[in-house]
Design a protein around this ligand. Structure first.
Ligand code: C2G
Length: 131
């Protein structure tokens, strides 16, 4: 069984998230998604609209996702890769190069982002519409 892992906030789930989850799952048999906790999001300078629990429940309903774990810090990736016997680590290419150190433990793949969509854009567009 080939295990894939990816990390992110996955707030206001949108087509860009679904595209990377689908492509990540297509690379193996079992997809683990590490979702940033509310506390870690604060460290990333992000405030998610949905709580960690809601983002976890939403992702668990996505057919490509097999397991959701919390992402609490930047340092846990090596431990996660070893704990879950991960074969491939996948991220959008906005993170290109940032996690190459993981190649000592698993394959590292950066996939093209989906153009024209982001959680920030959704919030901005909805704000503009409500004025
Ligand atoms: N993504 C994408 N296309 C978009 C938007 C996002 O492919 N239009 C991808 C990102 O590249 C990332 C994943 O979807 O791989 C989740 O994106 P975010 O929820 O924005 O996560 P991020 O803040 O990048 O957190 O330790 C890693 C961090 O937790 C990643």
């Amino acid at each position: 069984m080939k295990t894939i892992i990816t990390y992110g906030t996955f707030d206001l789930l949108h087509i860009g998230h679904i595209n990377i989850l689908r492509r990540a799952k297509e690379m193996g048999d079992y997809l683990i998604v590490a979702i940033s906790s509310d506390e870690f999001n604060a460290l990333k300078g992000k405030k998610a609209y949905y709580s960690y629990e809601d983002r976890k429940t939403i992702l668990e309903a996505v057919k490509y996702v097999d397991k959701v774990i919390p992402e609490d810090n930047w340092e846990q990736k090596v431990q996660d890769v070893q704990k879950y016997n991960v074969d491939t680590f996948v991220m959008g290419h906005d993170w290109e190069g940032k996690f190459d150190f993981l190649s000592d433990y698993c394959e590292v793949v950066y996939l093209p982002r989906t153009d024209g969509i982001s959680t920030t854009k959704i919030k901005k567009d909805l704000n503009a519409q409500s004025k």
